[in-house]
Structures are given as structure tokens and as C-alpha cells.
Design a protein around this ligand. Structure first.
Ligand SMILES: [Zn+2]
Length: 211
């Protein structure tokens, strides 16, 4: 029986790329709570109607509802899943274990990125007001400062890419994900991969874990 797989990592850590490769090569089913929510709504079920009402009101879907959705859609005795972007916090991690995984064989992979570098990469990002082209003032600057190469539009920094906002976002990530990582480390199922390595190299490391 294949291990259930949980991928943890900051946005931009490359876990999405690896998830796609694992699905292709190992036959895992990819679980994204966002997709499950959309599918449930489309099905018109009672749960779907409840989810739609929550989302239409602009609220985040609560943990209990997300868990119900996972329970309805995941049979861990029949399929191997990649949980991607879930659990997001320690409460969800405990619930996932007690309500869904219940001691089945599992592997958790944390994609380790240098969070300081991640902050730098995001704060140096600029995007064109007119065509949306993305630049980076350090790695990928426009030929003329603040002017789009493609359309001549003005380059702007998004409000949520400003340093104080980004630092806060990373701080929140650390405070919620590090306890999750420690939880799986204590359970002896955690593997940390260096997300700075190449895609192929990381995939080889992951493949070895799954064999
Ligand atoms: Zn442009």
C-alpha cells in the first residue's frame, strides 16, 4: 500500500510542481481543498449548498466543513492521496490524523526555502499596470526603470508585495506551519527537502522516499 503524502511549504516553494510529477509517475490522487469545495458546490448536494452560502457571504470555510468534505472524498484504504496545502495549522493536522488518516502509513515532506530570500524576491517584484507582465528589479528588471518592455505601461508594486505586508505574511506562515512540521517530526514521518535544488533533483529524492 502506498503511503499517504502530505506536502508542506511556503507559496513559491515549488511543491505544486512536485505534486504534479508525483501524480503522473506514481498514480497519486491530488487533493486540493479549493477544488473539493468547487466540486461540492457544483454537485448541488446539501453540503455544497452550505459551502456556497459560506463562500457567497465572503467568509472562509470553517475547519469542520473542510474536514467533512475530505472525509466524503478520501478513502485512504483504497487510494493514495497527496494533501497539498492542507493541513494549514496544528489543529487541522490533528484532525486529519484522528478523523481521516487514523494511523495509516504516511510521509510528510516540507519544502524548505530560505524565507528571507523569499521576502526579497517578493518585495522586488513589479507588475505592469496595463498588461500584467511581471518583473523583478534585481533578477529580471525592465530596460527602463518602471516602464514595461512589452507595452510601455507603468510598473507598480502591488500593495500586498510591500515589505511590511510580506514580512507579516511570512511571520504568520512560520507561526502556523512550524508547529505542524514539529508535530510530524515527532511522529517520525517528516522529511525536509531543500527547495533551492533543481526540480529533477528534488523529484529523485521524493521518489526514493515513496518506493
Ligand atoms: Zn506591459
Amino acid at each position: 500500500m502506498m503511503k499517504q503524502l502530505i506536502l508542506l511549504g511556503a507559496p513559491g516553494s515549488g511543491k505544486g510542481t512536485q505534486a504534479a510529477k508525483i501524480v503522473e509517475d506514481f498514480g497519486y490522487k491530488h487533493v486540493s481543498t479549493g477544488d473539493l469545495l468547487r466540486k461540492e458546490i457544483a454537485s448541488g448536494s446539501e453540503l455544497g449548498k452550505r459551502v456556497k452560502a459560506i463562500m457567497d457571504s465572503g467568509n472562509l470555510v470553517d475547519d469542520v466543513t473542510v474536514l467533512e468534505l475530505l472525509k466524503n472524498n478520501c478513502n485512504v484504504h483504497k487510494n493514495a492521496y497527496i494533501f497539498d496545502g492542507y493541513p494549514r495549522n496544528i489543529d487541522q493536522a490533528k484532525e486529519l490524523e484522528s478523523k481521516i488518516l487514523k494511523g495509516v502509513s504516511q510521509q510528510v515532506i516540507y519544502f524548505d526555502v530560505d524565507l528571507e530570500k523569499l521576502v526579497e524576491r517578493i518585495v522586488n517584484r513589479r507588475s505592469c499596470k496595463s498588461c500584467g507582465e511581471i518583473y523583478n528589479v534585481i533578477n529580471n528588471p525592465s530596460r527602463i526603470v518602471d516602464v514595461c518592455d512589452r507595452c510601455g505601461g507603468q510598473l507598480l508594486q502591488r500593495d500586498d508585495d510591500k515589505k511590511s505586508v510580506v514580512k507579516n505574511r511570512i511571520e504568520v506562515f512560520k507561526n502556523t506551519i512550524f508547529p505542524v512540521r514539529d508535530y510530524y517530526n515527532r511522529a517520525g514521518v517528516l522529511k525536509i527537502v531543500d527547495a533551492g535544488k533543481g526540480v529533477a533533483e528534488i523529484f529523485t529524492e521524493i521518489s526514493d522516499l515513496l518506493k
